[in-house]
Each structure stands twice: as C-alpha cells, then as structure tokens.
Design a protein around this ligand. Sequence first.
Ligand code: SAM
Length: 549
Amino acid sequence: MEEFDKHQFITIYLPAPTMDDMLYDKKKALLCNRGLCCNFEMAAVGSEKSSFIDDLLETARILKLSETEWYFLEDDEKGSISPRNELEALGMLYSTLSGLLVSVDCDQEFTSLTALQNIVTERLKLFASTEPAQGRDIENCEEVEAELIAWAVEQGIQSKLKIIEFEGFGRGGAAATDINIGDLVLEIPVESLIYECTALNSSMGAVLSQLEGLSGESMALLWTIKERQAQESKFATYFVSLPASFNTGLSFTMEGLKELEGALVFEEILQAKEHLRRQYDALFPALIEAFPETFPEQVYTWENFLWASELWYSNGVKVGFPDGTFKACLIPVAGILNHSVYPHITHYSRIDAATSTLKLHAIRPCKCGEQCFLSYGALSSADLLMFYGFVLRDDNPYDTIPIELDVPEPSSSSQKSELLSRYSITSSHMLRATWLCKSASTKNSLPSRLLAALRIIFMEESELEIFDENPRYRMISPANEKAVFEALLAIVDPLLGPFQNLDGHDGIAGDVDSCTNEDWDVRLAIHFKDQQRRILSSLQRSCIKSLHE
Ligand SMILES: C[S@@+](CC[C@H](N)C(=O)[O-])C[C@H]1O[C@@H](n2cnc3c(N)ncnc32)[C@H](O)[C@@H]1O
C-alpha cells in the first residue's frame, strides 16, 4: 500500500453522456443548468460521505434518464425520479465504486470508498415495494416444478432460486439463499435458450429456412408449437411446466372486452387479436398442404398457435448475442420470475461470449425465501394487461397518457413560430397521475412542458409582443391561462368517460368480489378501469381547480 497523504483527494468519474445517447443534448443541458458534472473529488479524510453520495446520485439520476422521465422532470425536482431511474442510478454508483475499490492501493482510500459503497448498499436495501402481500409463500414446490429444477441442473443451468406459488402471482422464483448485490442469480448456457437458431438447428430447420419472409421470431414460434408435443424433446420438462392456458389480452372474452369498451386498450386488444388471426391465416393451411410432415394438421391448429403466441408474449425476452444482434428468447427457469416495479434483476443483458452463458445478476439484495422479482420494463398498465394479463396492485408509475396537440404550422414571419421553436414545442405530449409530480413550481402538478406548449398555442397577438419569459412556470395572462385549462379539460373529460361509473363517483368500478375464476378477464378489466379512472380523475380535478384559481 502507498503512503497516505492526509490532503489526498479521491476522484470519482461517472460515465458522461455519449453522442450515441438519444438524450445526449438533453442530459448535457440538464447537467449544465443544475451545475452538475461527472467528475467528483472527495477528500479521503473527514468528508461527509452521505451528502457526497447525494451529489453523486443527483448526477447519476440525470445520466440514467429515459425520454419519458425527462419529459416529466421539473426544474425544482431533485429527489428520486422513478423507481426504474433510482435503481439504475444506485446501480451505476455501486458498480463505479466497485471498479475503484479493486484498483486503489492506499488503505485510507480503500476505507473511504468502502464507506461510500456501504451507503449505496444501504440505500439499495431500502429500495423496496410497499406492497404488503408481496412474496407470501403459500405452497411448496409441486412435482412439475421439482422436475423443472432437476432438468435445469442437468442442462447446466446454475440457479439461486426455488420455485414457489405466490398468492396473486402464480408461481414465482424465491431466493433459495440470501442473495447479495451483484450476485449471480441465474446462469443459463446458450444451448438451453429457445430462439430462432433452436428452430433452424432442428429437424424443421431445412423447411423453415426456405420459407421466404418468415422472421426468426415466427420460426421460433412455429417450432414451439410442434416441440411442445414431442415427448422426446430436450425441452419436454420445460414445456410440461408451462401453464395449459395463458390469460393475456389475446384471450379476453367478449365479457372482458365489454368492460373495456371505449378505452384505448380495447382497440389495441382487438387489433392484436385480428393481427394474430391474419398471421395464422397467412401461414395455414398453406404450410400444412405444402409440408404435411413438418406441419401436421392436428398440431398446427388455431388454438395451439394462440397458446404459443401468448407464451412468447408473456415469457419472451430480447437477449443480446455476441454477434451484436438481439433475439427474442424463451429462457427456462428465468421464465418463472414475476415482474415488479421494485425488481431484484433488471437486465438480461447479453450472452457472455467467454462462457457462452446468459448471466442474471442481482442489482439489490433478496433475503432467503423472499420472492425475487424481475423488471419486464417500464411498462404501462395497458401493456401489462395486453401482453402479460395482469395489472399492478399498487399505482403504476409508468402509466402515461399520450396526447397530441394542434401546434400551428411554422411560418418564418410569425412571432408565435419563433416562440414555438425557441422553446422546442412539439405536438406530442403526455399526461400522468398528478400524485406522481413532486414539484412545487408546476401548476397543480401538471407537466410544465405541456403547459408551456398550450400557453404559447393560445397566446394572442398582443401578448406575443410583450411576453418574453419561459412559459413553463409563468402564466401569460389570466385569459390565456383559462384557455389552457379549458383545452386540457376538453382532452381529459372524454378520456375519463369510459372509466366513469354511471353515478359519476370515484369508487371501484363494478363488483370485483362477485367475479369467479372464470371471470379473470372481467376482474382484470375492472381493476384496470379503476386505476385509469383514478389517474384521469386526478387530472380532471387539477384542471378544474386551476380554472377556479
Ligand atoms: C414470465 S411468467 C412468470 C411466471 C408465472 N407467474 C407462472 O406461474 O408461470 C409471466 C406471467 O406471470 C404473471 N405475473 C408476472 N408478474 C406479475 C405480477 N406482478 N402480478 C401478477 N401476476 C404477475 C402473469 O400471469 C404473467 O403473464
């Protein structure tokens, strides 16, 4: 170890935005406006570690922003931006500090960096859902699941998970031992993944490869339908472990759909069902007639096609391969992991070229016996309902409502055009529940980028000449403000319509308790509607309040 100089500084570099980042300019501007940089110097002795971590975290949050998070971020918001962002930012700090810890050669630096890392670890431990019923173990592993685990061991799959039934989640993965940050939770050899190469290397491969215009994903789907029936398949145990039916949006009955009538997701489900049917009709019976041995008629039924499509919808994951491509894969054992906004595993990442395995590491600790969650992505409730057939019990922080504004065409002479371009006003905007806004400076918790756009759109000629301030946090005139909130209300009211009870009250829509198991889609639709109504009602209240101020 080097001799220690008590005036020594430790430099910590966070990875600055790079040009290939779609948000490069926005992140640079935010860092600059907030007086933040990516290089930090900390006195090795005597510095206050917790506030130093706060400074690092503020930068890391900006570096990890997504487009949607950027849109909603207000100038005075300094804390956690979203669970996704916070976890990514803390993960960035943890891995940066881990990298430094292996390279320092001075005891004092090592001690200081370890103290910093311990604070990050504590914050990651605190990062958890407030959902009370999460991870309740109600039943031990059944025979089918025990066989899946034994099969996985034979395939060389390494796992720190056991399969358990969790109330409200179906089966899930529970930590078989205490899992710490950075631990390898699952390691799966590439040969145990199911993807286009699995299909191409099978006995169907020769036929599949000569079918023009068939995507790799479709090849894998067609292979799945047949392989599921093959008792001698290497994946037979995996297929036996899968549910006999999936309850995604594709399986919604007329009763379930009726509950969603008028909502955007209703159209999306109808379109997805029609698209899938068209896909099936384009392939069958043509393939059965052309290649009866490869595509037996009794196997390639619409029901089996639908089952396989729902399997890929709800279990398929994009994985990066060493050749730089991303391919949709089914991942035995990992497919048992349920989704959470507060996940333990966030990235499937890439196949490790050195080991030819897919490695899933924990980004936060998971105690032995607790449910280990995966993030399926920052998905809205509509996407969760459609592709996975569930909605979150708690509010979903990723529920946003896209809206389009009528922005005047640019004309070189107009002052309004000049203002629209100065403030980068576009027609695409978003709304979300007002309770997600933590800013004190926005008008009734509505997104200031949206308010700025509407304020400029509704500006009168006379106002254009006198107004010269950023309209995000400043009203232009009482008349303009009235026009803005009337326009917003005219957007929100029709969206709320399909979710409102006949009596117009805010309570639960419909009677969930009277639903049976067969009514899973009706129950799901009622929960979905209830959540959407709460979000839209919060926006409606905010507009009305603003109009009366
Ligand atoms: C990849 S599988 C996970 C394993 C699944 N629970 C099982 O029993 O096979 C995805 C499915 O799990 C269920 N699921 C995942 N996350 C959930 C959650 N947070 N709440 C309720 N159900 C969930 C949904 O049925 C979803 O379609």
